[in-house]
Design a protein around this ligand. Structure first.
Ligand code: DGP
Length: 114
C-alpha cells in the first residue's frame, strides 16, 4: 500500500488538529472543511477503504462509527444532526487512499449529494 498523507499524520510526521486518539484510530479536523464542523476518523491500520476491509476488521469499523457518535456528543451536534460518509474509489470521490470516515455537521446538509 502506498504511503499517504494520512499515514504521515498518524506517524506524527505531518501536523494535524487531533480531536481523539487511541491505539486503533485518530480523529482530526479536515484541512478543507466541507461544513462548519468536518472531522475525519482514521484507523491506524492502513486499509485503503471499506472495500479493502474484511471480517477481521469488523470490530475496528464498528469502533470508528461509535467514536464518530461520541465525537458528535462531545462537540454538541448530536441532537441537531450530522452526516457520516465513507467515500470509496473514483466514483465515490475518494482522494486519499487510506480509509477515513467523514463526520460533517453545523449546517443543514443537502441530499442527494453532488
Ligand atoms: P476523500 O475525498 O473522501 O478522500 O477525503 C479526503 C479528505 O482529507 C478531504 O476532505 C481533505 C482532507 N485532507 C487532505 N489532506 C489533508 C491533510 O493534510 N490534513 C487534513 N487534516 N486533512 C486533509
Amino acid at each position: 500500500m502506498a504511503d499517504t498523507i494520512f499515514a504521515k499524520i498518524i506517524r506524527g510526521e505531518i501536523p494535524a488538529q487531533k480531536v481523539f486518539e487511541d491505539d486503533a484510530m485518530i480523529a482530526i479536523r479536515d484541512v478543507a472543511p466541507a461544513a462548519p464542523t468536518h472531522i475525519l476518523v482514521l484507523p491506524k491500520k492502513p486499509l485503503v477503504n471499506i472495500a479493502d476491509a474484511d471480517e477481521s476488521d469488523a470490530l475496528l469499523l464498528g469502533s470508528m462509527l461509535l467514536r464518530a457518535a461520541a465525537i458528535a456528543r462531545d462537540e454538541g451536534f448530536s441532537e441537531s444532526g450530522y452526516r457520516l460518509v465513507f467515500n470509496i474509489n473514483k466514483d465515490g470521490g475518494q482522494s486519499v487512499p487510506h480509509l477515513h470516515l467523514h463526520v460533517l455537521a453545523g449546517r443543514s446538509l443537502g441530499w442527494p449529494p453532488g
